[in-house]
Design a protein around this ligand. Sequence first.
Ligand SMILES: C[S@@+](CC[C@H](N)C(=O)[O-])C[C@H]1O[C@@H](n2cnc3c(N)ncnc32)[C@H](O)[C@@H]1O
Length: 153
Amino acid sequence: MIEIGTFTGYSALVIAEALPEDGKLITCESNTEYAEIASRYFQKSPQGSKIDLEVRPAMETLGGIADHSVDFVFIDADKPSYGRYFDEAMRILRAGGLVFVDNVFWRYKIFKQPITNENARAIAAFNEKVKNEERAEKVMLSVRDGVYLIRKK
Ligand SMILES: C[S@@+](CC[C@H](N)C(=O)[O-])C[C@H]1O[C@@H](n2cnc3c(N)ncnc32)[C@H](O)[C@@H]1O
């Protein structure tokens, strides 16, 4: 399992809770202050031993992961990089693996034309890219800020 964007570690701990005892989550965070906070909570939690926190740009961490070796990727970091994270997810996922993507409505700014906000433009381009991806089945859910659930064929 891979998480791109740890922040203070809340979602990592929730994912880890759902994993079996020998499950592993690699979570990627480039901000050292946030990583320190997350690390503190991981050490306090019984789920912490399932989590590896990688403190560097996510693309570096993803680059070290073998093809077809993971079951789940959660994309929740810098919005302009979503397309690159998705390409990496498609490379590292096994067939049947899932990508879960947060904020695909970007505060509903993707619906207001013309799109002027930089993150909203990036997200709109990402959504279009995923829509046209033939190697995956996908559904967009109108939960809170929008989530994309994508299954690699
Ligand atoms: C929305 S927060 C993640 C929230 C977390 N997934 C949760 O639900 O609790 C996004 C995080 O991605 C991190 N981030 C931004 N760009 C990054 C990059 N290039 N590599 C790794 N982490 C990055 C930010 O520092 C921030 O902590």
